[in-house]
Design a protein. Structure first.
Length: 216
């Protein structure tokens, strides 16, 4: 029975000097060294850490280009930096105690450095710009520029409408000239007061000047 199994699955035959007697097909057996499995696991760890390094590049470029970090979670980057630092300590401990995992220690060092750089950019640009809420205000600088432009436009419209209101005031004074019981010095004052409050006799209210926001 043992010979039949060896002929069907020759790779399972025992090697010479190991458990079992030497068979006719014992020389065809293969031994898998444990070091090969360990090296494969180390390569997978290094590849995983190296692949995670590419995740920092888009974040750093975006933060440097937009100079806005209010869409980034500060707590997430704090936890990610802490986990990268603990992975670095783990790799350094293995290297100093057992003398192995040097590539893993190098990659975790780079990972921790990039994580710290990203966290520093998030903290820097979070403190330098005010909060802007809403999906349509993804760029605070563009939103501030649009807001300042709209204020300038409304102020120009208000300045252009001032002569029209002055003309209406003059018409009010002339209309009060023939009103009995009104002193000539006070003619048109009640018309100006009504017009300033809410408009009188079909006249629109006087536009109020909007204070301009200081430049960022």
């Amino acid at each position: 029975m043992r010979v039949i199994v060896r002929r069907i699955v020759p790779k399972l035959a025992p090697a010479p000097g190991r458990c079992g007697r030497d068979g006719d097909l014992a020389g065809e057996s293969r031994i898998v060294h444990p070091q090969t499995i360990i090296h494969l696991a180390d390569l997978l760890q290094i590849a995983t850490v190296a692949a995670s390094l590419f995740g920092f590049a888009p974040q750093i470029v975006t933060l440097h280009r937009t100079k806005d970090s209010h869409n980034h979670s500060l707590l997430t980057w704090l936890l990610w930096s802490a986990s990268s630092l603990m992975a670095l300590f783990y790799a350094l401990a293995h290297y100093l105690i057992e003398g192995c995992c040097l590539p893993l220690a190098i990659t975790t060092s780079v990972n921790s450095a990039l994580s710290a750089l990203t966290l520093a950019l998030v903290l820097k640009y979070r403190a330098s710009l005010p909060h802007y809420h809403g999906p349509h205000q993804s760029d605070p600088r563009g939103s501030a520029a649009r807001l300042e432009g709209s204020v300038h436009q409304r102020n120009r419209q208000a300045e252009n409408q001032v002569p029209h209101h002055h003309a209406g005031h003059r018409q009010g004074r002339h209309a009060d000239a023939g009103r009995p019981g009104v002193h000539p010095e006070h003619q048109g004052q009640h018309r100006d007061r009504d017009h300033a409050v809410g408009g009188a006799e079909g006249q629109p209210p006087r536009p109020r000047r909007i204070p301009e926001a200081p430049a960022p």
